[in-house]
Design a protein around this ligand. Structure first.
Ligand SMILES: [Zn+2]
Length: 256
């Protein structure tokens, strides 16, 4: 009995340490090993009451401006993981995001799921998107989020070599807003279990995001009431860990 219990506990601790959502990775390495590099983040350890709202796949000419209006209303800052070809289409939205103190980050040029198998393409996609962001925003992005959150050793090392930090999201803060689960579900996902250092995943483009917009209004009100500050990912990394973006990636609003 004693033996079987210890076997079970070894199995459980192994499972706990090395398991991750299967749709997120086919990597032989687990989250903890990548976290050890100091370049890959799911959450940020901090006691300060701050969280990072992140929006993927934009900009959208319809929904991103509505999201920016709400962020302004609550004096909240966010990080936008933009798709290069969308940024190219809507440079005025990127400019507005920068002017209003938000952070622009790299989410590849085409959002092809196939880049996971083709590192040469990933390199080109990262470079093209960073060039576009630099030409509009005036700085090179320091953060990268892989398409679909899918990572493996090749993807991580390619991004690290290019001086990116890889930003995933807190496992308890995946709103799944792209599935349009209803405003309440999106709101509750975030506010029922908010913890300092959370990285919250939402989407400002890629379909009808009216639920996301409505939910964001309630989320921002609730976070404000709870005393949480919404900051960019880079600000959170700096305040919690003293990590600074590289000089070429320093954005005008970043005043450590
Ligand atoms: Zn995406």
């Amino acid at each position: 009995m004693k033996l079987s219990l210890s076997v079970i506990s070894i199995f459980l601790s192994y499972f706990f340490c090395f398991s991750y959502p299967t749709e997120l990775s086919a990597s032989s390495k687990g989250r903890m090993e990548f976290e050890k590099t100091g370049k890959v983040f799911w959450d940020v350890h901090t006691k300060e009451k701050m969280v990072a709202l992140t929006f993927d796949d934009g900009p959208s000419s319809v929904f991103t401006p509505q999201i920016l209006d709400l962020l302004a209303k609550y004096h909240a800052k966010a990080t936008f993981f933009v798709i290069g070809e969308h940024a190219e289409k809507f440079p005025q939205i990127i400019k507005r995001q920068v002017d209003e103190g938000h952070e622009i980050a790299n989410h590849t040029y085409h959002h092809y799921y196939s880049v996971r198998k083709n590192i040469k393409n990933l390199n080109a996609e990262l470079k093209q998107t960073s060039n576009i962001i630099q030409s509009i925003a005036g700085y090179r992005p320091s953060l990268f989020r892989p398409v679909g959150g899918y990572y493996n050793e090749n993807i991580i090392h390619t991004a690290i070599k290019k001086d990116f930090k890889i930003i995933m999201w807190s496992w308890h803060q995946d709103t799944e807003d792209w599935k349009r689960p209803g405003v309440n579900k999106i709101v509750n996902n975030v506010i029922s279990d908010t913890r300092p250092g959370d990285i919250i995943l939402m989407h400002d483009a890629g379909g009808n995001r009216s639920q996301t917009v409505k939910a964001l209004d309630e989320i921002l009100a609730a976070l404000q009431k709870e005393g949480y500050e919404c900051v960019t990912v880079s600000e959170m990394l700096y305040r919690a860990k003293g990590i600074l973006p590289n000089p070429s990636q320093l954005f005008p609003f970043f005043n450590p």
